[in-house]
Design a protein around this ligand. Structure first.
Ligand code: SF4
Length: 427
């Protein structure tokens, strides 16, 4: 039985049940089906004397059709649907409970899990700019679309930014999510379920969906709240479900890590995996330790050694994300050190201009410093891009989302202070 089924996280709390006087039968604990792989569904159905094709029907309904209730799985006999419900099973898709829309069409959602915990997920209707220069199909599409000035309302090449944990334990000093600390890991269903919930909200039909004449091209970036590689097994199960079930190619997915060296090595051996982005953010261990304390556990050299074990596919490059902090890591000497570090690696650099956040004592880099940093890297032969400073800047390198439900209305936070833009001189 899967981790999801064993978890008590979705069960009604016993103390709540006991406090209800004269309660009738206690509520039946519920377990979500969303998140289970085909072998797990097959085993679950076999326990109920059902043939494997019934599991495949449920798998198809959960992931390809993204149903939200048993009633929608009409291929299943009514008595089987009733049996699953009475045994406590639910579909278990996370629910979007708040949203905010930026002027450029970017939407930011508060997504609630069955136990009431929430994470943030972001929909970028014209991509996030992160694919530029990585050699992929998504990058070519983005360049073509930019040339054609495609309107933001199109979701033909949208990007969804997905969270992997509630909060984060890594404690990067420039990151708002770090302020939350870690509350818990998300399950595979909760990670993949964010994608399904957002696709359903926008009525997106993917290739392979019946009746889809013009399938959307959806890119995923696992750069929301949390460190995916500290929640490795559920994260990878979510990836497989999104590829094999939902129908999003792995080549359209990018995971960003702060640098969990053993997980990078495990990732290198995965038969199905997204592209990798390493959140580098510094050119030497001294600076990186000061802004990313996890560097004391795995230094830059160890991380780069691990990254180099990844067998890159055709048109695949490693992305190095680099959040520029004024006066900390944004000088030409740092750029030259980055060039030296990445020598011989098939890679590109994404520069992200840091956004001010409450309680974080850094400053934004000067536009001239950003331009010079990019120019220095490019002069050294490194493809270097600056993330477009639009609504997508409500998040950054490997997840700068902050859960706002406890502090300020989501709409307010997403339309005011976080939507920062600076003018970067042409290089
Ligand atoms: S930048 Fe990423 S890894 Fe670092 S604290 Fe924020 S969410 Fe966690």
């Amino acid at each position: 039985m899967s981790r999801n089924l064993c978890s008590g996280a979705f069960q009604t709390h016993p103390s709540t049940m006991m406090q209800t006087p004269h309660a009738a039968a206690p509520p039946v604990p519920t377990v979500p089906l969303f998140g289970l792989a085909l072998p797990e569904l097959t085993a679950l159905l076999a326990e109920r004397a059902q043939k494997p094709y019934r599991a495949r029907q449920i798998f198809e309904a959960l992931y390809r059709r993204r149903v939200s209730s048993f009633d929608e799985i009409s291929v299943l006999p009514v008595d089987l649907r009733e049996r699953l419900a009475s045994d406590g099973y639910t579909i278990g898709l996370p629910e979007i409970v708040q949203s905010a829309r930026s002027v450029d069409g970017t939407e930011r959602y508060l997504v609630r899990m069955a136990d009431g915990e929430t994470v943030e997920t972001v929909w970028m209707p014209d991509g996030d700019g992160g694919e530029r220069g990585d050699g992929s199909l998504a990058a070519s599409e983005e360049a073509a679309s930019e040339a054609e000035d495609e309107p933001a309302s199109s979701f033909r090449r949208s990007t969804i930014c997905v969270s992997s944990q509630v909060g984060c334990a890594v404690n990067c000093q420039f990151c708002l999510t770090a302020k939350l600390g870690i509350r818990r890991n998300l399950t595979s269903g909760e990670i993949a379920g964010q994608v399904a919930a957002v696709l359903n909200r926008h009525h997106v039909k993917l290739g392979g969906a019946s009746g889809s004449e013009s399938p959307a091209r959806i890119n995923l970036v696992f750069m929301g709240m949390g460190e995916p590689f500290l929640n490795y097994a559920p994260f990878m199960q979510a990836v497989r479900l999104l590829v094999e079930g939902v129908g999003i190619p792995e080549s359209r997915m990018t995971v960003s890590t702060s640098g969990i060296e053993p997980a990078i090595r495990a990732f290198a051996a995965e038969p199905i995996r997204p592209k990798l982005a390493l959140s580098l953010n510094a050119s030497n261990d001294l600076v990186r330790q000061s802004i990313m304390p996890i560097t004391r556990k795995w230094n830059i050299a160890q991380l780069l050694d691990a990254v180099r074990t990844i067998p890159l596919r055709t048109r695949e490059w490693i992305t190095f994300e680099y959040v520029l902090l004024g006066g900390v890591n944004d000088q030409p000497v740092h750029a030259r050190e980055v060039l030296h570090l990445l020598e011989g690696t098939r890679s590109k650099v994404n520069l992200i201009v840091w956004n001010p956040g409450p309680g974080i004592a850094y400053t934004q880099p000067e536009p001239e410093a950003v331009a010079l940093f990019q120019k220095t890297l490019m002069a050294g032969g490194m493809p270097t891009y600056i993330r477009r400073p639009r609504g997508r800047d409500i998040y950054a390198a490997c997840g700068q989302l902050k859960r706002t439900v406890d502090s300020a209305p989501l709409l307010q936070s997403a339309t005011a202070s976080n939507l920062v833009s600076i003018d970067v001189p042409a290089v």
